[in-house]
Each structure stands twice: as structure tokens, then as C-alpha cells.
Ligand binder design. Structure first.
Ligand code: HEC
Ligand code: HEC
Ligand code: HEC
Length: 127
């Protein structure tokens, strides 16, 4: 019991440190393509807060973040800012790449295999 308590306290401290660094991580976000890119699908509601609890390490997703600077949007210039579905720089790739746990769909496929309720069909995310 005591050990569990200490672990919990340590986790809380970690969470607070990360929060302080980045300002406040948002609880809920609505994601849509950057300006100038046409949307074929509806925007996606992303329960960010729920993910920062389950996946504590911010850089698991914010993979270019140095832990200090402002966090950049996925579709920022020079990142995943291209239309189409192919290649690392495609906006689509940031959210659907199957070969990495960094993307929504990639991680959800792994999570689903582990029996967790992570959505993997188009309509579950693009309502
Ligand atoms: C786990 C959630 C998730 C699933 C499942 C998912 N997407 Fe997405 N998708 C996103 C997110 C997040 C974005 C980025 C926000 C946006 O632009 O809508 C996105 C963006 C897109 C885009 C580029 C933006 C646009 O509107 O044109 C396309 C195209 C797309 N998704 C198609 C699909 C298709 C087709 C499927 C099913 C094979 C699918 N998505 C499944 C989360 C998901
Ligand atoms: C499961 C993936 C994931 C994890 C883990 C994650 N984030 Fe995010 N976060 C995102 C996505 C996706 C966005 C939206 C990026 C965009 O707008 O293109 C975002 C956006 C943000 C933003 C900017 C919000 C805005 O106004 O655009 C901040 C700040 C942020 N996250 C902080 C954090 C911090 C701090 C952590 C660690 C405690 C964290 N995130 C962990 C996926 C994640
Ligand atoms: C590193 C792993 C990981 C990444 C990346 C990730 N998720 Fe998830 N997501 C999960 C897991 C695991 C769950 C299952 C529920 C839980 O444990 O909270 C989940 C659940 C969800 C749910 C269902 C929440 C509910 O209330 O039922 C939505 C919606 C969702 N994710 C959207 C997204 C979107 C959109 C992205 C990309 C911007 C994303 N996720 C990226 C791991 C991830």
C-alpha cells in the first residue's frame, strides 16, 4: 500500500512538471487541416487530457518537442504540411501511419490488440 502511494505521488509530480513546462496541456481539442488545405472528412474531436493520463510521455506524440519551446501543431510548416496520403510530410500520415505508435491509428491498432477501447474505424473519429 505504502509503495503504491509513493508511486502515485511520484507520478503526480511528473505530471505537474510536464504541465509547468508547456503551459497547460489542453483537455479537449478539435483537429482540422491547417489553413489552405481542403478537408475531405469531418474534424476530429480529440480527448487530449485522457491521452496525457494514459500515455504520460509528451514526446510519444510531440516527437520534435525539446521539452521547453512552444508545442507545434502537427500540420506546421516543414512538419506534416503536405496534402495527399503518401510520405512522412503528408498531413494524413501524422494521424494514420500504421507503422508507428505516434499516430492515432497506429497506436489505436496496437491498443485494440491489447483489449483497450481505442477507435480504429473512420467514422468513430470522423463523425
Ligand atoms: C483514431 C482516429 C482516426 C481514425 C480511425 C481515422 N482518422 Fe482520419 N484523421 C484523424 C485526425 C485526428 C485527423 C486530422 C484532423 C482532421 O483534419 O480531420 C485526420 C485527418 C484525415 C484526413 C485529412 C484531412 C481531411 O479532412 O481531408 C483524411 C483524408 C482522413 N483523415 C481520412 C480517414 C479515413 C478514410 C479513415 C478510415 C480509413 C480515417 N481517416 C480514420 C483521425 C482519425
Ligand atoms: C497521444 C498523443 C499526445 C500526447 C501523449 C500528448 N499530446 Fe499534446 N497534442 C496532441 C495533438 C495531436 C495535439 C494537436 C496538435 C495540432 O494542433 O496539430 C496536441 C496539442 C498540444 C498542445 C497545443 C494545444 C493547442 O492549443 O494547439 C499542447 C500545449 C500540448 N499538446 C501539450 C502536451 C503535453 C504537455 C503533453 C504531455 C503531458 C502532451 N501534450 C501529450 C497529442 C498528444
Ligand atoms: C500512444 C497511443 C495513442 C495515440 C498516439 C492516440 N491514442 Fe487515442 N486512445 C489510446 C488508448 C489506449 C485509448 C483507449 C482508452 C483509454 O485507455 O483511455 C484511446 C482512446 C481514444 C478515444 C476514445 C475515448 C473515449 O472516450 O472512448 C478517442 C476519440 C481517441 N483515442 C482519439 C485519438 C486521436 C484523434 C488521436 C490522434 C490525434 C489519438 N487518439 C492518438 C491511445 C492512443
Amino acid at each position: 500500500m505504502r509503495r503504491i502511494l509513493i508511486t502515485l505521488l511520484a507520478l503526480c509530480a511528473l505530471g505537474t512538471a510536464a504541465t509547468a513546462l508547456a503551459g497547460s496541456p489542453p483537455d479537449a481539442l478539435r483537429l482540422e487541416p491547417p489553413k489552405g488545405m481542403e478537408a475531405a472528412k469531418s474534424p476530429v474531436d480529440f480527448p487530449h487530457g485522457r491521452h496525457t493520463g494514459a500515455v504520460a510521455d509528451c514526446t510519444a506524440c510531440h516527437h520534435t518537442w525539446d521539452g521547453k519551446a512552444e508545442i507545434k501543431a502537427c500540420g506546421s510548416a516543414g512538419c506534416h504540411d503536405q496534402p495527399g496520403k503518401k510520405g512522412e510530410t503528408a498531413y494524413y500520415t501524422a494521424f494514420h501511419a500504421k507503422d508507428t505508435n505516434r499516430s492515432c491509428l497506429g497506436c489505436h491498432k496496437t491498443a485494440k490488440k491489447d483489449g483497450k477501447p481505442a477507435p480504429v474505424s473512420c467514422k468513430q473519429c470522423h463523425k
